[in-house]
Design a binder for this molecule. Structure first.
Ligand SMILES: [Zn+2]
Ligand SMILES: [Zn+2]
Ligand SMILES: [Zn+2]
Ligand SMILES: [Zn+2]
Ligand SMILES: [Zn+2]
Ligand SMILES: [Zn+2]
Length: 336
């Protein structure tokens, strides 16, 4: 053990760097939930849940002519390369709009599409704004550090400080339903007590006609399986178009698990290496060595200037590396 005190924390080894890169990749994979980055999801119809993007280069999100539209992951790569994209995180029951009547150009992956996807719903996120404050994210005019939480019904995102007066986020919860959505779904109020706490361990009958409470609620683990599934309730879920609440598979957490089962690029790389012939292996290893050299000289600049390498610096290095890689792959024969 080194006794050099603070010095220890500042050392960054190659293993640390790769490990961190691995973790970042896993986070990214979770959001993509195992999405296909090669094929447009249009032919799969209204996909239960997928990562979506706005293209503000192709479709105006502000002003008179704004027509909300969302595109799938593969389209964001193949049809909107170099465009200004806004990540929408995931939405349920959405069909890819890329290249339909809202766009001037056809989709390169699925050129034949109906003019509109009638069943898509577009909340304000498709205009690039979020929360009751209707601000963009990230917001250049907001320097308050605040987490955002997604409502599982309207799928809008809320600053924790804008969830309603007196609402505080509990340390443990599984899902959140915003006050506005609670007001529209009186059925759910049967699970909430007078202090707006969820009592999901004792399903009540819908016929109890609870008082409507337009207040943000936080739901504990496993609450969906404990919702009353009697015939009366089923009819009501259908009327309110919230049948998906009875499905655990609808949860973002479940979707993210699919992504976590995907091998990371690092793991795929190792596997691919094993499958290559000798000359290809050498080529790849040369590239890896170059990357290592780049990293070394990058780190050397810190040593020269007697500066501490921070986590941010490492992230920047890999972002730079990724950006170069992306450009190179898209612009050359490597994709063939
Ligand atoms: Zn698409
Ligand atoms: Zn575009
Ligand atoms: Zn497309
Ligand atoms: Zn807000
Ligand atoms: Zn909501
Ligand atoms: Zn019931």
């Amino acid at each position: 053990m080194s006794s050099e005190g603070g010095q220890k924390d500042q050392e960054v080894t190659m293993v640390d760097v790769l490990q961190e890169e691995q973790e970042r990749e896993q986070d990214a994979n979770a959001v993509l939930g195992g999405s296909d980055d090669q094929h447009c999801t249009y032919s799969s119809g209204y996909v239960p849940r997928q990562a979506l993007y706005l293209c503000t280069t192709c479709v105006a999100t502000q002003g008179e002519n704004q027509t909300p539209a969302g595109i799938c992951l593969a389209c964001s790569y193949k049809c909107h390369e170099g465009h200004d994209l806004v990540e929408l995180y995931t939405k349920r029951a959405f069909r890819c709009d890329c290249g339909n009547s809202k766009f001037e150009h056809k989709c390169r992956l699925e050129p034949e599409k109906e003019a509109f996807n009638e069943k898509n719903s577009y909340n304000q996120n498709f205009k690039g704004v979020y929360c009751t404050c209707a601000r963009p994210y990230p917001d250049p005019d907001d320097d308050v550090e605040d987490e955002m939480i997604q409502c599982i019904i309207c799928e809008d995102w809320y600053h924790t400080r804008h969830l309603g007066e007196g609402v505080s986020v509990p340390s443990e919860f599984s899902e959140m339903i915003c006050g506005c959505c609670m007001g529209k779904t009186p059925l759910l109020a049967s699970y909430v007590n007078n202090t707006a706490e969820v009592v999901a361990d004792c399903p009540l009958k819908a016929a109890d006609a609870p008082e409507v409470k337009s207040v943000t609620t936080f739901w504990p683990d496993g609450w969906r399986s404990r919702l009353c599934k009697c015939e009366d309730c089923h009819v009501k879920y259908k009327e309110l178009k919230i049948e998906y609440l009875c499905e655990e598979s609808d949860m973002v957490q479940e979707y993210e698990k699919q992504g976590l089962n995907q091998p990371t690029q690092y793991e795929q790389g190792l596997q691919a290496l094993g499958n290559m012939d000798r000359s290809q292996q050498i080529e790849v290893l040369t590239e890896y060595a170059q990357m290592k050299e780049e990293l070394k000289s990058f780190l050397a600049t810190f040593a020269e200037e007697n500066k501490v390498v921070t986590e941010e610096d490492i992230k920047e290095f890999f972002d730079g590396l990724k950006a170069r890689k992306r450009r190179r792959v898209d612009g050359s024969d490597l994709l063939a």
